[in-house]
Structures are given as C-alpha cells and as structure tokens.
Design a protein around this ligand. Structure first.
Ligand SMILES: C[S@@+](CC[C@H](N)C(=O)[O-])C[C@H]1O[C@@H](n2cnc3c(N)ncnc32)[C@H](O)[C@@H]1O
Length: 227
C-alpha cells in the first residue's frame, strides 16, 4: 500500500485541508532489487488549511536550463524572458539520500537529508514559525527549522534516536551542525577515473547479449518473411 494513499484518505476527512502538491523526492542510490524495479523515490504531500498560506517560491528557485533565453515576439521581444532568481523547482526534487559516507549520517537507519527538510521549511514557513515533526527520528526537520530561524517541536519514541535529535538540534542552534547544503551540486563521476570506466569483462558480456538479441530478432524476421 503506498503510504501517501493512506495519508490522503485520512486527510480527506478534514474538509478544510487542500492538497497543493504531491512532491517526489528522488535520489540516486539505494538497494539494487533483482525481482522488481529498485526504489528511488519517496512522496511528500503538501496540504494547506485555507487559501491563505505561505509559499516562498523565491526561496527555493533553481537555475534555468537556458537563462539567456529571450522573448521572441511581442512588446518584450529581445528581452531576457526568465526570472533572474531562477525557475520553479517543480514537484520532483533530486537530493542525495543519507548513505554511510554522508556527512550527516547518524545511527538512524532511515535518516532524511537536511537539504530536503530545508526546502520544505524555506518554502512553506516564515521566520519564527513553529515546525512540528511528530516522528522526528534523528531530528533532521528540527535541524532544518533551527538553521532557518524557525522554532521546532518534535517527538521520537526511541530514546537512542531522541538523544541524537537533541544533540543535532543543539548543534544547529550553536552553528556547529554538519549538513550538506541543497546548493551543492549532485556529484557527477569523472569519466576518466577507473571506477567510472566500463571493465573489459562487461563489454564482452554486453556485446554477447546484443549479438544474441540480434540473432533472435533476425530469426523472427526470417520466419515472418517465410510465412
Ligand atoms: C522514518 S523515521 C524518521 C526519520 C527522520 N525523518 C530523520 O531524518 O531521522 C520515523 C521515526 O518515527 C519514530 N516513531 C514511530 N512511532 C512513533 C510514535 N508513536 N511516536 C513518536 N515517534 C515514533 C521511529 O522510532 C522513527 O525514528
């Protein structure tokens, strides 16, 4: 059962709540499945209680693909058409997840990245607002809220994670918390490094597979032709 279906069903019993966006958080790493597609996303549901809500789009804009694009007709013809602050980041956010060597890694097994929580806090709350995370785990939401000058309330049922969350929140207040900023570009491997190069054995396997597929395809075409 997709969790966001369950949550949405519950939220529908509150008529004042309106779903504004279903945001997909996508990330490049995780378990490689062999009997289904490997999972590389989580869902975020953004609801508001009325039409009077906070949405700080300028706080989360991302660079345009073609920032130099100009209006090609009309009264603004020739002028730059994009917003100098960047474009709307869309409802798909590509943010690295917290793996073993991530700067934010704690003992929590399913820790979210601070960059994800920062986007939400920046976009949907203002300075001084109160942010609540009732399942705070290692306190990622708290870290993001406190870094951005918001207040934070959290709950965590397991003491070992509560202690981690408390420590990280204090570090955030003191300006000592370690985190990967959302402004840091996603790492692209240098194609000249040994690990990024296709090993000779792989090339052999791929070539064999291709040959086999071509042969089967040719056979099929031949039998169709005969028929
Ligand atoms: C998905 S994790 C949250 C991870 C968190 N976002 C982070 O970045 O570390 C959910 C957390 O909720 C806690 N939890 C589960 N049931 C709870 C409850 N009834 N009250 C408080 N916390 C609970 C779990 O122990 C777990 O740490």
């Amino acid at each position: 059962m997709p969790l966001d279906f369950l949550v949405h069903n519950i939220m529908q019993s509150f008529p004042d709540l309106a779903l504004r966006n279903r945001i997909v958080w996508t990330y490049g790493h995780g378990l490689h499945c062999s009997d289904r597609l490997s999972g590389r996303h989580e869902m975020i549901l953004w609801y508001t209680k009325s039409d009077n809500y906070v949405f700080n789009l300028d706080e989360i804009r991302v660079p345009q693909k073609y920032p130099g694009k100009r209006h090609y007709k009309g009264p603004l013809k020739g002028e730059i058409s994009g917003n100098p602050l960047g474009k709307n980041p869309s409802d798909v956010w590509d943010i690295p997840n917290v793996k073993a060597n991530h700067v934010e890694k704690t003992i929590h097994p399913c820790q979210f990245p601070v960059a994800l929580a920062l986007q939400l806090v920046r976009a949907f709350t203002n300075s001084g607002h109160l942010v609540l995370d009732p399942f705070m785990g290692s306190g990622t939401t708290g870290v993001a809220a406190l870094l951005e000058g918001r207040r934070f309330v959290g709950a965590e049922i397991l003491k070992k994670y509560y202690k981690v969350a408390e420590k990280r929140c204090v570090e955030a207040i003191e300006g000592k918390v370690k985190y990967r900023s959302p402004e840091v570009a996603i790492y692209v491997p240098d194609p000249n490094t040994a690990v990024a190069k296709m090993p000779a054995q792989f090339r052999f396997t791929v070539v064999n597979k291709t040959v086999e597929r071509e042969t089967k395809c040719q056979e099929k075409r031949r039998s169709m032709h005969r028929a």
